[in-house]
Design a protein around this ligand. Structure first.
Ligand code: NAG
Ligand code: NAG
Ligand code: NAG
Ligand code: NAG
Ligand code: NAG
Length: 449
């Protein structure tokens, strides 16, 4: 059949217009923006040449079905908020409730909807170690674990075919690109090879499959914990501008967009073994130390912290290097507050460490939206101290009453499950929370056709 014989409306239909239709433009806008508060995302990717978009009707029909399903999910979430209850066709083994959630009903229903429908396709192109895996130990461990969990056959969110996918993962590991491609000794153009590798990969994906061009990357995902991920993702302007970038270095001054991108929590696995919340729980009352921090003078925020507090006050234990006779975990268990200043980049592994030790995290950062902030209300279980007030820390923390502290501390224990890294993943753990963040961004994006 020749193209000419196609009825015009059909051709128009084929031209996928990606609109930034945040639900914010539809009548539902008020209900929706209330629970997912950081959603403020609007962009209009330019489709330069509509004829380059695949024009097979089956692809269109599939997309229509996917979008209908997402519309039903949005309606179910709205319904749950109005009725203050969830609907599920299975027994719910965990029901999120309480002040730690911005809207527990919205979150729970959204999670149920995600389990019902969400499918992620991982492109097969590329070879390990740079693709299809990543580091599974040390500070960037979350990158490797999440990339390989996505492709794990046991992962129920894995799409079996690309046309059933809502989101497409580009399985590249920035940590391994840096590890294997970066040359320390090269003085000139040392970023060049790294950026070209990423740009070439996307060019291959865009030429072999119809999906990238369809949305200019807006339903595509990268996962990286490396400090350089924001910069290297600029290798392709559409990747930077349109795609969902799940990154640890979520610095809004470096192009991180909270409604589009996803903050990954840094999970420090020094010896590669998965860590869990401390089994021995120290009660709020048994925590005798006011605050604790140990870490190098990386960056201006930590320098300020060390300058003000290192060796200054017996209630506030701040070390640049922890003496051998002191135990890091023990101090986190004895402290009421664990200080989590940004280092050379915004993310701090101490946030998850503090949460696992039942210690109330004190976030000292700038331009950093913490992980899962569209679901979790961090003000209910952490303390934020602006960099300019580091010197007043003792008064700020001292003003928090024993009663208020006990409430904060109880909630820290309550959110622990959302930061645990399991292989294979378990419901409501860190993998599923990251996936849920991605899902939220995808249901917020409507592909019109
Ligand atoms: C679109 O369909 C027409 C007619 O079937 C075909 O000639 C053309 O190559 C197709 N374009 C693409 C990009 O697939
Ligand atoms: C939403 O984005 C617009 C434009 O970027 C900005 O002016 C506005 O302040 C934002 N609103 C919120 C609530 O962040
Ligand atoms: C909420 O929904 C569940 C399952 O649909 C049901 O078992 C439960 O009774 C409901 N609770 C309330 C308070 O309506
Ligand atoms: C997507 O667009 C690029 C650049 O315009 C083009 O080279 C490529 O062939 C397109 N891909 C497909 C599958 O048509
Ligand atoms: C965030 O990015 C800005 C702009 O590059 C930079 O000046 C700032 O130091 C970064 N924040 C941290 C904590 O690294």
């Amino acid at each position: 059949m020749s193209c000419m014989s196609w009825p015009t409306p059909l051709i128009l239909l084929l031209v996928l217009l990606i609109s930034s239709t945040l639900l914010l433009n539809s009548p539902s806008q008020n209900t929706f923006s209330k629970f997912f508060s950081t959603f403020n995302y609007s962009f209009t990717p330019k489709l330069e040449d509509p004829s380059s978009i695949s024009n097979t009707t089956t692809l269109q029909a599939k997309l229509g079905t996917l979008e209908d399903g997402l519309a039903r999910s949005r309606a179910a979430i709205r319904g749950a908020v109005i009725r203050h209850n969830y609907t599920s066709n299975k027994i719910e083994d965990f029901v999120p409730r309480g002040a730690v959630y911005r809207n527990a009903y919205a979150f729970h229903q959204s999670y149920i909807e995600m389990e019902k429908r969400f499918k992620v396709w991982t492109y097969g192109e590329g070879e390990p170690p740079v693709f299809h895996g990543g580091p599974e130990a040390n500070i960037y461990a979350v990158e490797g674990h999440l990339i390989s969990e996505m492709e794990d056959r046991r992962n129920p969110f894995r799409a079996r075919r690309p046309d059933e996918a809502h989101v497409f993962l580009l399985p590249l590991s920035v940590v391994n690109i840096v590890e294997y491609v970066y040359k320390h000794r090269v003085v000139e153009d040392y970023w060049g090879p790294l950026r070209r590798l990423i740009a070439d990969y996307i060019a291959v994906i865009a030429s072999k499959h119809p999906y990238w061009n369809r949305t200019m990357g807006a339903d595509h995902l990268i996962i990286s914990c490396h400090d350089w991920a924001p910069y290297l993702s600029g290798a392709d302007p559409d990747l930077y501008r349109n795609s969902i970038r799940a990154i640890c270095n979520a610095n809004t001054s470096e192009g991180f967009k909270p409604g589009k991108d996803v903050t990954l929590p840094e999970v420090h696995l020094p010896d590669g073994r998965l860590s869990n919340p401390a089994r021995r729980r120290t009660s709020a009352a048994a925590r005798t130390l006011l605050a604790f921090f140990a870490g190098g003078a990386h960056g201006y925020i930590r320098e300020a912290l060390l300058r003000h507090w290192k060796g200054k006050d017996p209630d506030i234990i701040v070390h640049e290097r922890l003496p051998k006779d002191l135990d890091y975990g023990d101090l986190m268990s004895r402290a009421r507050f664990c200080l989590c200043p940004s280092g050379y980049e915004v993310a701090s592994p101490r946030i998850v460490e503090a949460i696992f030790h039942g210690c109330v995290p004190v976030i000292i950062s700038v331009d950093y939206p913490p992980p899962f902030a569209d679901v979790l209300d961090w003000s209910k279980f952490s303390v934020e101290i602006p960099v300019g007030r580091i010197g007043e820390m003792k008064e700020i923390l001292g003003r928090i009453s024993a009663r208020r502290y006990a409430v904060l501390q109880g909630r820290v224990v309550q959110v622990q499950r959302h930061f645990v890294l399991n292989r294979p993943a378990k419901r409501f753990d860190v993998f599923h929370m990251v996936l849920h963040s991605v899902w939220l961004r995808r249901i917020n994006l409507r592909l019109n056709f």
